[in-house]
Design a protein around this ligand. Structure first.
Ligand code: ADP
Ligand code: TZD
Ligand code: MG
Length: 581
């Protein structure tokens, strides 16, 4: 790799070779194996995007920084290298900030690099072009935030940002680069020496032997054990070891949304279809890279067999996590196992000796029975072919297509369009499913599609609610511009949750509804992609097969019964309702 020789050698002076801030940023990133930037140009970073591209980096330019940021965040999740989002100052920075917070909340390594205005003017609040104290604003939502003022500190700045993003619990890092920095020139040899190639950016964290013993003892004592795999387990990239742990112990497991496919969803120990039986039924639960947050009902309440909404269900927990602060966040953790998942799972495997007895057949049979009952019920629903098409009949097609293309990346956002898809569409390989994550955020869709295509080179399939799609819809131009193999399926039910709401006064459309019969497919055609309208499962199937065969950017407007959804999908209960007395 190495640094690139300066292009700005002083005229007439052969010895005084100079480099500048722009160049040092590029050199520092490349030196650390970072070859892709997701961003949006403008003052003061336009030349940075140009020169990075000129030096062979992939520079993906978006139509809105938020999408670039989401792209960077998920690239971090997929590659374990920090995804880089590059923005201009104040407004561009703020547009990227949502993604920075998202990266931190989801434990994805990402670096938001923003140009900023002149420090002296910002600090005296004298009204510079796009003036804003960006560092202060980024801090509360970032895992770490740094500013570099001198060209000779760029190497340290980038090194610290990389370490902060990927070590321990990964997260979003902000790096503030004031406009003046880019133009600073220093001797190129001196500059080169200031760069740092980060050694062992995410060091292994070996769990304590007594903690491993404690965890295994607890598992051994269980009559009804359960493993929950979270997106931390998917991120850790120790797929074979996790599979071995599940199979060796014979413990049924539940994958969280983005851990689907870590083992194939069709695995005999996968308890997804028996979730509401397995959670309250289990006596010992081992969490691997999953937090007991709202997505797991905080480990208590009725979901877990507790009497009231806040009552403990009686489960004992093992929690495998890299963050020592995670245990006891919601309920008591009897056996915390702190370390990186690869090391923890390896240590558990060491401790689980031959002769380990599988869980009691009573428990395994009960889970399997519940599961096959629910699978049969679902199969019946999926086989129906109602007019108009509903979520189930459309997703039955998507399910087949994903089964036939297990290497394809799968992006998913919406409410009903998310919940139905998650339960109907099986995943077969690790890190294929990427979705709304910890916040249940809308707007990640198209940014995720771009990053998934760029980072993995695989076909991408996106299932999008019509509302969800709208948050990043303009990025279909980006997808067409880079000619990415992305097939977007819009579950078009004319609105948020449903398309049937009415304004009680009769004046305006209801807040949850959109233009009826909108043709999102034509949006794609405007940029040279393929747009298809699908009103039946057969049309949807044909269009998806063609998209995958051709690898052309494609948008399929799947017309869904506008009455088919439910309020907030599967989380209706989180809607505040006034107490009726
Ligand atoms: P999910 O939403 O799938 O339940 P969460 O985002 O809640 O998953 O939890 C992911 C957890 O994984 C976080 O607590 C994080 O600290 C942990 N984690 C992330 N990477 C690693 C790793 N390499 N080793 C151990 N734990 C990790
Ligand atoms: N804004 C952001 C950034 N994130 C959100 N999650 C929401 C608003 C609220 N919200 C949801 O939680 S789901 C959703 C919104 C607006 C859209 C649901 O409509 P959809 O899906 O068309 O995407 P369905 O299939 O119609 O339910
Ligand atoms: Mg909708």
């Amino acid at each position: 790799m190495g640094t690139v020789e300066p292009q700005i050698a002083a005229a007439g002076d052969a010895q005084a070779k100079l480099t500048d801030g722009f160049q040092l940023v590029i050199d520092a990133l490349k030196l650390n194996g970072i070859d892709t930037i997701y961003g949006l140009p403008g003052i003061p970073i336009t030349d940075l995007t140009r020169r990075a591209q000129g030096e062979g980096m992939r520079v993906l330019a978006f139509r809105h920084e938020q999408s670039a940021g989401y792209a960077a965040s998920i690239a971090g999740f997929l590659t374990q290298k920090p995804g880089i989002c590059l923005t201009v100052s104040a407004p561009g920075f703020l547009n990227g900030l949502n993604a920075l917070a998202h990266a931190t909340v989801n434990c994805f390594p990402m670096i938001l690099i923003s140009g900023s205005s002149e420090r002296e003017i910002v600090d005296l609040q004298q009204g510079d072009y796009e003036e804003m104290d960006q560092l202060a604003i980024a801090k509360p939502v970032a895992k770490a935030a740094y500013r570099v003022l001198h060209a000779e500190d760029i190497g340290v700045g980038i090194a610290r940002a990389i370490r902060a993003a990927v070590s321990g619990r990964p997260g979003g890092v902000y790096l503030d680069l004031p406009a003046k920095l880019f133009a600073q020139s220093i001797d190129s040899e001196l500059g080169r020496k200031t760069l740092i190639k980060v050694v062992d950016a995410a060091p292994r964290q070996i769990p304590a032997p007594e903690a491993v013993k404690r965890a295994v003892e607890l598992l051994r004592s269980a009559k009804k054990p359960l493993i929950i795999l979270g997106k931390g387990a998917a991120y850790a990239q120790c797929d074979a070891e996790i599979r071995e742990l599940v199979e060796k112990t014979g413990i049924p497991y539940l994958p969280m949304s983005m851990a689907k496919g870590l083992l194939p969803d069709t695995h005999e120990l996968c308890a997804s279809a028996a979730r509401s039986f397995a959670l309250p039924g289990a006596d010992v639960v081992m969490l691997i890279g999953a937090r007991l947050n709202w997505l797991l009902s905080h480990g208590k309440g009725k979901t877990w067999g507790g009497k009231g909404s806040k009552d403990w269900g009686g489960q004992k927990f093992v929690q495998v996590d890299i963050s020592p602060l995670e245990a006891d966040s919601n309920v008591r953790i009897d056996a915390p196992l702190v370390g990186d998942i690869g090391s923890c799972v390896a240590a558990l495997l060491q401790e689980i000796k031959p002769g380990w007895s599988k869980p009691p057949a009573e428990w395994l049979n009960a889970v399997a029975e519940k599961k096959s009952g629910n699978v049969a019920k679902m199969a019946e629903t999926l086989a129906k072919n109602p007019t108009p098409m509903n979520f189930h009949s459309a997703l039955n097609v998507v399910r087949d297509i994903v089964k036939a293309n297990p290497e394809a990346m799968f992006v998913n956002e919406g409410a009903n369009a998310l919940d139905f898809t998650r339960s109907i569409v099986d995943m077969y390989r690790p890190r294929k499913r990427i979705d709304v994550g910890t916040w249940g955020i809308m707007g990640v869709g198209m940014g995720y599609c771009v990053a998934a295509a760029v980072a993995t080179k695989q076909q991408v399939i996106a299932v999008e609610g019509d509302s969800a799609f709208g948050f990043s819809g303009m990025e279909v131009e980006t997808i067409c511009r880079y000619n990415l193999p992305v097939c977007i399926v819009i579950m078009n039910n004319n609105g948020v949750y449903k398309g049937t709401d009415k304004d009680p006064t009769g004046r305006d459309p209801a807040p949850t509804v959109f233009v009826k019969g909108a043709r999102y497919d034509r949006l794609m055609e405007a940029f040279g992609g393929a747009g298809v309208q699908a009103t039946t499962p057969a049309e949807l199937r044909k269009a998806m097969e063609e998209a995958i065969r051709s690898r052309r950017p494609t948008l399929i407007n799947a017309v869904i019964d506008e009455t088919a959804g439910t309020e907030s999908g599967r989380i209706t209960s989180l809607n505040p309702t006034a107490k009726k007395k």
